[in-house]
Structures are given as structure tokens and as C-alpha cells.
Design a protein around this ligand. Sequence first.
Ligand code: SF4
Length: 249
Amino acid sequence: MMEDQVYGYIHSFQSLGAVDGPGVRYVIFMQGCPLRCAYCHNPDTWAMAGDAPACQKWTPEDVVQRVLRYKEYLKNGGVTVSGGEALMQPEFVEKLFSLLKENGMHTALDTSGVGDLKAAARVLKYTDLVLADLKFSDTGDYKTYCGASMDQVLEFLRLTESMEVPVWIRHVVVPGLNDSEGQIRKIGEIAKSFKNLTRLEILPFRKICVTKYEEMGIEFPLKDYDACSQEEIDRIEKMLGLAPGGYVR
Ligand code: SF4
């Protein structure tokens, strides 16, 4: 019997990205996210496919053909699936990654870690690297500022550990919100407790997304917070004993 065709709802593509994983990456932004992180840069990816008429419906096979046109440039990098939340469309990402692996491509999954764990495990079978944000150091703040349960994120990270998929944990620093010494040390502790952690990356909160929020008629929840400076990032990397760029092991 023929396998049912799988489709993915995609917000956009970035052909040569440099920040979402190692080397030069082809980045696929999936449509739809169940979280509402206060500092989200991509509120235009939030709406689920049915409510986002501008998103595009793709087969994994067609996406692979599109990626392979750039194969030469991606030799030391690969493909990153981001969002939105990639794990909201696990069948598509599983199929896409399996085809990319058949074509010798490195695959990275950029995820909040919120999603069905069984489906996530099927995606992780074909995933070379996970990029996951911790966002906050305690469950109360996570619920308040992201609208979801941090326990789910930690369960997802434990799954990556048990499946031995390397993980980069990233923490976006919002001055005055999640950068106290206690919060930072806790983030470091949680991140380093995972044996599969290969990089802890400290990233600055930026406000370049404000225009997007204005265009969408949504108030940016962190409009009164200052952007994070490089000095602040340097301070935090030093506090956590990280080399510049945040490498751990
Ligand atoms: S998980 Fe990512 S896309 Fe979803 S709200 Fe948070 S930052 Fe935005």
C-alpha cells in the first residue's frame, strides 16, 4: 500500500543562514507555535497553518530538492528546521530529515522542546543536533513569560540525552528579567546537567522585532526592557566559566 503523502506548512526559507547551528545553514521556518514567549522575534509564525493563509504547503521531497540546489555551500553546515515550533509538525520534519540524511546532509532541530515526546523521538532518530532555548530558570517564570510548562522542556531534553543527540542550549538574556546571578547560575546548572550538552550559548535580547509587532497590531510585552549589551554577555559567560561564544565541551 502506498504511504500517505506528508505535507508541511512553512512560513519561510532562509537559504544561507549563519546563526542557527554550525557552519552555513539552510533554514526552514515552520508555521505555527503553541508558545507565546515574551521576547519572541517571530510573532508572524505563531498562527497555526489553517489560520495563516500566507504560509506555504510543501512536501518533504520538494523541500529536499530546493535544499540540494545549495548543497555546495552547505558542505560544512547543513539544514536547520526552526519555527514557529517544528515539533508541531513532526511527521513532516521526520520525513524531511530522513531524506536529508539519505543525501548526506547535517540536520539540526531548533525547538522549544514543547510537543509530543513519542513523535519527537521519531524526529530525533534523524537529528544530528538539537538547538533548545531554556528561556527561564524556573517553572513559574516560564509559565508567565512563555505560556507553557517548563517541565515539558526538561522532559524533552532528557529524551535527547537518552537518545544521545548532541544539544546546544541557548539562553536569551533580558536585562532585569532573567539575568540575576541566581537565575544565571541556575540556567548554567540545568544546562550542564545534561551529558549531551556540547554548547551553552548566551544570546542578547534585541528589540528589532518591535516593528513586526506594530504591523501586526500586537503590543510587544517587553517594550519597556532594554536590549542586552555585549558587556552583559561577556559578564555572564565569565560567571558561567564559558569561553567566548559559549562553548562547553
Ligand atoms: S517558541 Fe520560538 S516561535 Fe514560539 S513563541 Fe517562543 S520564541 Fe516565538
